[in-house]
Design a protein around this ligand. Structure first.
Ligand SMILES: [Zn+2]
Ligand SMILES: [Zn+2]
Length: 337
């Protein structure tokens, strides 16, 4: 900042004009609609909202596959924000606000230690302002999302996409970000220490794992809440909680797969066809399905016949001894795929 004051009046005016340019409105096609879910239960990935009219569907307005209980927030995407910064200052940079002991950017995390927030310093035209990126705690590729979101948020402090920002909620530093769900605040040091001090109740864990192993497709989803509750009651720490949540997911996936075993004992894909990648040729043959080599020969034949249609040769008379001319016996069972 000190350099800004050491410049001539002319340079200062030019800088102000450039900073002002950052605030130019965006074109309509650069402004997207982002859904923000307003039902707390729909928004929490650990629970399943039971309300029938809250089930996810395609929203005709924002195109998202999401609970219909949502509002729309205007936003400008990362690429357009970065383009605006580059147009104004090709040398714009950002850096994390703070580094962890191991030299990586310091992240706010949720109660399971997953990244949900990050502060940065954004420097444009030599002027540095803070930005906060946030994401929901189940965000995949969270750090990438946090960086993009923090840059967008920092740019808003320069007036980029100000019109969209002004519609947002300014009472909350994360909510003020037009593109992000408000993540939970970081686990404060005391809480982190408290988590580390939790003596995991191995007995509880053992009983939980045994119950989980006996769970069914109908009951397995309830186990997530048990893990969350146990962590809140300090029966387990966040490391164990993460491990158990992973185990719940694996169990649910396994049960889902088992539920798709066909009458021939072979696993099915979601569309009901045999999951061929999961079975051997012997299993396929035993159940009356085409084996791998047979399937390939079949596909090659289909391709040959359908890719170059030829006129069939017409026979002058029914040939003798031709099996197709014999009256049919009982229908053989077999592959219809
Ligand atoms: Zn709901
Ligand atoms: Zn929508």
């Amino acid at each position: 900042m000190s350099e800004a004051f050491a410049m001539s009046a002319e340079e200062r005016d030019r800088l102000l004009a450039q900073l002002h340019d950052l605030r130019k409105p965006f074109r309509e096609e650069q402004i997207g609609k982002l859904p923000r879910v307003t039902c707390k239960e729909c928004a929490d990935f650990r629970t399943h909202c039971p309300k029938p009219d809250h089930q996810k569907r395609r929203c005709p307005e924002c195109q998202a596959w999401v609970s219909p209980k949502h509002i729309h927030i205007d936003y400008v995407g990362h690429a357009d924000v970065v383009e605006r910064l580059l147009e104004t200052d090709p040398f714009w940079t950002w850096e994390p606000f703070a580094l962890d002991e191991d030299g990586t950017p310091k992240l706010d995390t949720d109660e399971f230690g997953r990244p949900v927030g990050m502060w940065i310093r954004l420097t444009v035209l030599g002027v540095t302002r803070p930005g906060y990126g946030s994401c929901p705690s189940n965000q995949s590729d969270a750090v990438k999302v946090l960086i993009g979101d923090a840059i967008r948020n920092g740019a808003q402090r320069f007036g980029v996409a100000l019109a969209q920002w002004q519609k947002g909620d300014r009472s909350n530093p994360a909510a003020e970000n037009v593109v992000a769900d408000a993540g939970q605040r970081a686990m404060p040091p005391q809480q982190r220490a408290a988590d580390a001090a939790v003596v995991v109740d191995e007995n509880w864990v053992g009983v939980f794992e045994k119950r989980l192993a006996e769970s069914t497709l109908d009951t397995v989803h309830r186990f997530r809440q048990d893990v969350v509750d146990a962590m809140r009651q300090r029966t387990i720490n966040s490391v164990t909680a993460n491990r158990l949540l992973e185990a719940v997911k694996e169990r649910a996936d396994a049960l889902d797969e088992q539920s798709r075993i066909g009458p021939d004992g072979l696993p099915r894909n979601k569309d009901g066809t045999v999951a061929r990648s999961k079975v051997t040729d012997e299993q396929l043959a035993a159940a009356g399905h085409m084996t791998g080599p047979e399937k390939r020969a079949h596909n090659a034949l289909v391709k040959e016949v359908t890719s170059s249609p030829r006129k069939a040769d017409r026979l002058r008379a029914v040939p003798t001894g031709e099996p197709w001319t014999q009256p049919s016996g009982p229908a053989p069972g077999g592959d219809v795929a």
